[in-house]
Design a protein around this ligand. Structure first.
Ligand code: UFG
Length: 320
């Protein structure tokens, strides 16, 4: 039976996507080296292989053994700051190993790939909402690696007819009853805000209050992880229906500032949450909000766009 190979299926967004694929009856194989992911986040009904996406023989063998017809490629490193400090590590995983994975897909005759790209490909945008036609000019090695793999996928389509959808994620947030965000160290805003809510000895740092925004703090387009995961199924269906390769923003189209996120968390948790103002984090753009008309035209709509709901779903993990 045809199956979907999910690389990085033990991670935050990957594990939720695997759940949705299995729920709708797909056969799923997860490939994850567990360098960041968690084995207990992999759905019991998926076949799980611990291994390296850069191992071309392994990926080719898996694709043949499981009759893989499409791949969802999540596996990769995700921290912008870390990519500035150690760019070659990011190039190794997100470009070189990913290129081996792609070559194995071509070897095995995989016809379709959905790729976890990022709003980081745009760098600091000229304006918001950001359409997909906005120039790609990443301002970090991380964003560059995402843009590079997008380019490789474009060449793979032209050269081998391997069609793909690059989903340019905005800010994934929230949790499902089974899966949640577990990064080590945690750099993301919402888990850090909730950690400060859960532990009164902790505070949350606000990175910059002098941005050109109404309250001076940076604005992001937060999207519930379940909505983000659902976009992968829409992308797979688009490709399965013979649709052409696409690059699609995935966000709700609504932005919230850092202070609005903290206010929402105070409401949801009913805890005070101590805040420390600190300087801007290098490389953070002031405002990122998606123009998501293109993915909506494929039939995707966010079902859980309310920030309080995203934060509440994440708070349950802290016993809330
Ligand atoms: N922030 C704080 N305090 C924190 C953590 C974050 O003030 O403790 C601020 C950041 O400066 C930023 C906003 O909250 O303005 C959101 O920060 P996150 O780290 O949660 O998310 P980013 O927008 O920096 O990063 C996300 C993804 C990246 C992706 C990027 C696209 O995690 O993988 O969006 O630009 F590259």
């Amino acid at each position: 039976m045809a199956s979907v190979l999910v690389t990085g299926g033990a991670g935050y967004i990957g594990s939720v996507t695997v759940d949705l694929l299995i729920e709708r009856g797909e056969t799923v194989v997860v490939l994850d080296d567990l360098s960041k992911g968690h084995a207990d986040a992999v759905n019991d009904r998926a076949a799980f292989v611990r291994g390296d996406i850069g191992d071309r023989d392994l990926v080719r063998g898996l694709a043949a053994e499981h009759d893989v017809t499409s791949v969802v490629h999540f596996a990769g490193l995700i921290a912008v700051g870390e990519s500035v400090a150690d760019p070659l590590r990011y190039i190794d995983v997100n470009v070189a190993r990913s290129a081996n994975m792609l070559a194995a897909c071509v070897d095995a005759g995989v016809g379709q790939i959905v790729f976890s790209s990022s709003a980081a490909v745009y760098g600091t945008p000229d304006g918001v909402p950001i359409p997909e036609t906005h120039p790609v000019r990443p301002s970090s090695p991380y964003g560059w690696t995402k843009a590079s793999f997008e380019t490789m996928l474009g060449y793979a389509d032209a050269g081998y007819g391997l069609r793909s959808v690059c989903l340019r994620y905005f800010n994934a947030a929230g949790a499902t009853p089974q899966r949640w965000e577990r990064h080590e160290p945690e750099t993301h805003l919402i888990p850090n805000v909730l950690a400060a809510a859960a532990d009164p000895t902790r505070s949350v740092s606000v990175f910059g209050d002098d941005y050109p925004t109404p309250d001076g703090t940076a604005i992001r387009d937060y999207i519930h992880v379940e909505d983000l995961a659902a976009a992968h199924l829409v992308a797979l269906d688009h490709l399965a229906g013979g649709g052409p390769s696409e690059r699609l923003n995935v966000g709700t189209g609504r932005g919230f500032s850092v202070l609005e996120v903290i206010e929402s968390a105070r409401r949801v948790t009913d805890r005070p949450i101590e805040v420390r103002m600190s300087g801007r984090r290098t490389g953070d753009p002031p405002i990122l909000v998606a123009d998501s008309a293109a993915v909506r035209s494929l039939g995707w709509e966010p079902q859980r766009p309310a920030l309080d709901d995203m934060i509440e779903s994440a708070w349950r993990r802290f016993g809330g």
